[in-house]
Design a protein around this ligand. Structure first.
Ligand SMILES: [Zn+2]
Length: 307
């Protein structure tokens, strides 16, 4: 993600929250219908109408934002009718993000499941920006900070916050990973294989790396993620960080939390690692290192990468 992109998404969401505050409506859960209706009276949507969200009638998309071909002053938001309410909210916020940030460049935004929600680095930039916008708007940083300050992070707390903010547990966990100054890794498993992985800035800085089992990645032996008998571990269990990461010193511990979704096929693993000093050395055994981390390492060493 470029800094400018993050700044734009963040600034746009922050501005809307300021406007909501001014009319006494900066309350949780954020009222997206109110946001949609207020936009035509703001610099973000002057004179343009956004119609109330309607059901998507085509398959393969989670949401869409479409300009009326007969009236360029009217836009419509469409949402997958089968999605859960909190997911629909995130999708609407994502489409509002496209409306504010990107409508000058496109008249149709068709957003699939991967685009809305995942916020992973391989997504197209505009999808990441729309996700970041939705995340900042629905989970304002100051309110989140108030609620987690000094508290032990576990799935009970995150689940209660997800309900209060009107988002999914997964969405709240992704927000935590992006916000926290701790070393945190979130892994989303689908039918026993890793689908997404997010690492906090501190985890990346200290080179937290999960051991590889192959491609695709499977849960590591000895971890809760690999234990089919345990579906939920919302408080978390302490273990040696080595169970997950060969890059961690023996004495470093990690708390593993596990949530299995009701369909039984999807699992969230949240790993809270003890703090460790930043490292700049190359850790052997990671042939599949991502470009971003190579870049980080050069920066850590005070060198600019040659590209
Ligand atoms: Zn999108």
């Amino acid at each position: 993600m470029t800094d400018a992109a993050a700044l734009n998404s963040f600034k746009a969401a922050a501005k809307i929250l300021t406007w909501l505050e001014a009319i006494g409506c900066r309350k949780l859960p954020i009222d997206l219908d109110l946001v949609r209706q207020m936009l035509p009276d703001t610099p973000f949507g002057r004179g343009v109408v956004i119609k109330a969200p309607a059901d998507l009638t085509w398959n393969g998309s989670e949401g869409a934002l479409v300009r009326n071909p007969d009236n360029d002053k009217e836009w419509g938001i469409f949402v997958n009718p089968k999605a859960r309410p909190e997911r629909k909210r995130f999708t609407v916020a994502h489409e509002l993000g496209h409306f504010i940030l990107h409508r000058a460049s496109q008249s149709v935004f068709n957003c699939d499941k991967e685009s809305v929600y995942a916020g992973i680095d391989t997504l197209k930039q505009i999808e990441r920006e729309a996700d970041d916008f939705a995340s900042h708007l629905l989970m304002p940083g100051d309110l989140l900070r108030d609620r987690i300050h000094g508290k032990r992070i576990d799935f009970r707390l995150l689940g209660a916050l997800a309900t209060e903010f009107g988002v999914s547990l997964e969405s709240m966990c992704i927000r935590l990973v992006k916000y926290t100054e701790e070393r945190v890794v979130l892994v989303y498993w689908d039918h026993g294989f890793e689908k997404y992985q997010w690492r906090s800035a501190e985890a990346r800085k200290t080179r937290v790396r999960l051991k590889r089992t192959g491609d695709p990645q499977e849960p590591l032996p000895g971890t809760l993620a690999a234990d089919d008998e345990i579906a939920q571990e919302w408080d978390g269990i302490d273990m040696s960080a080595n169970a997950w990461c060969s890059s961690e010193a023996d004495e470093i511990t990690l708390r593993e939390l596990k949530h299995t979704y009701t369909d039984g096929n999807r699992v969230l693993s949240l790993l809270m690692l003890e703090s460790a000093p930043p490292r700049s050395g190359v850790v052997s055994g990671w042939e599949d290192e991502e470009t971003r981390d190579t870049f980080d390492r050069f920066i850590d060493n005070g060198q600019l990468p040659v590209r």
